[in-house]
Design a protein. Structure first.
Length: 229
C-alpha cells in the first residue's frame, strides 16, 4: 500500500517539478534530470512488488494487488490528472505574456505527455489533461493568421481606403476569438470568413490547413515556423 502511494507521489512530482524547472530556467535538460529523479522514486516504489512476484505465484500476487486497491490510490491518480491539466494550462498561458520560448514549451509539453503515457494514463485521461493545451495551440494558430492579415494592411498606402478596409477585416477576425475562454474559431470558420472578405491567399490557406491537421492528429506541422508566432 505504501509503495503504491509512493508511486503516485512520484507521478505527481513528474507532472509538476520538471515543468516548473524548465519554465524558470528555460533548460529542458535540467527538467529531464528532475524527471529522472522522480522516475527513480517510482522505480523504488515498485521494487517490493517485483521481489514478491519473483518469490511467489504470479496469480496470487495479482489477486493480492487487486484486493489492496482502494479509494486512496484512485484519488491520487485523479490528483495527478488534475495536476497535469493545471501544469499544461500554466505552461501554455505563459506563451501569451512573453517569457519562456514557445520551442521550450513545446519540448516540455512533449516530455510531460510521454511521462503520462509511461505511467499508464489512458487515452481519455491524456485528452482530459491535454485539453487546455490544445485550446492554447488554437489561439496561436489564430494569432499567426491574424498577423498575416495585419501585414496585408501595412502593404497598402497609409490612410487609404484599402488600408482601412483591411484594418476592419483584421478587427472582425480578431472578434471571432473568445480569448477569455481560450476558444479559437474553427479552421472552417476562419476560411469562410477570410474568403468572404476577399483576403484568403495561399499563405493563410496553408496555416488554416496546419490548424486543421493539428485538430485531427495532434501534430504541429512546420514547427520551425510555428515557434516564431
Amino acid at each position: 500500500m505504501e509503495n503504491k502511494i509512493l508511486f503516485w507521489v512520484g507521478v505527481i512530482f513528474i507532472l509538476t517539478v520538471p515543468i516548473y524547472i524548465g519554465i524558470k530556467l528555460e533548460n529542458v535538460k535540467v527538467s529531464i534530470i528532475s524527471a529522472i529523479c522522480a522516475g527513480f522514486i517510482i522505480f523504488v516504489s515498485k521494487m517490493g512488488i517485483l521481489t514478491e512476484i519473483s518469490l511467489g505465484p504470479l496469480k496470487g500476487k495479482m489477486q493480492e494487488t487487486i484486493q489492496e486497491a482502494n479509494a486512496t490510490i484512485e484519488q491520487l491518480k485523479t490528483i495527478s490528472v488534475a495536476s497535469a491539466k493545471v501544469t499544461l494550462t500554466s505552461l501554455m498561458a505563459g506563451g501569451f505574456g512573453g517569457g519562456t520560448s514557445l520551442q521550450t514549451k513545446l519540448d516540455l509539453h512533449d516530455e510531460l505527455v510521454e511521462s503520462l503515457k509511461n505511467v499508464g494514463f489512458s487515452e481519455q485521461e491524456l485528452n482530459q489533461a491535454d485539453e487546455p493545451w490544445k485550446q492554447g495551440i488554437g489561439l496561436i494558430y489564430h494569432r499567426a493568421i491574424k498577423n498575416i492579415v495585419y501585414k496585408k494592411r501595412n502593404l497598402e498606402p497609409s490612410g487609404s481606403q484599402s488600408s482601412a478596409n483591411i484594418q476592419a477585416i483584421y478587427e472582425k477576425f480578431n472578434e471571432l476569438l473568445d480569448f477569455d475562454n481560450w476558444q479559437a474559431p474553427s479552421p472552417n470558420e476562419m476560411k469562410n470568413f477570410l474568403e468572404n472578405e476577399g483576403v484568403l491567399n495561399k499563405e493563410i490557406g496553408d496555416w488554416i490547413n496546419d490548424y486543421q491537421n493539428f485538430l485531427d492528429t495532434g501534430e504541429i506541422r512546420r514547427r520551425d515556423l510555428f515557434i516564431k508566432q
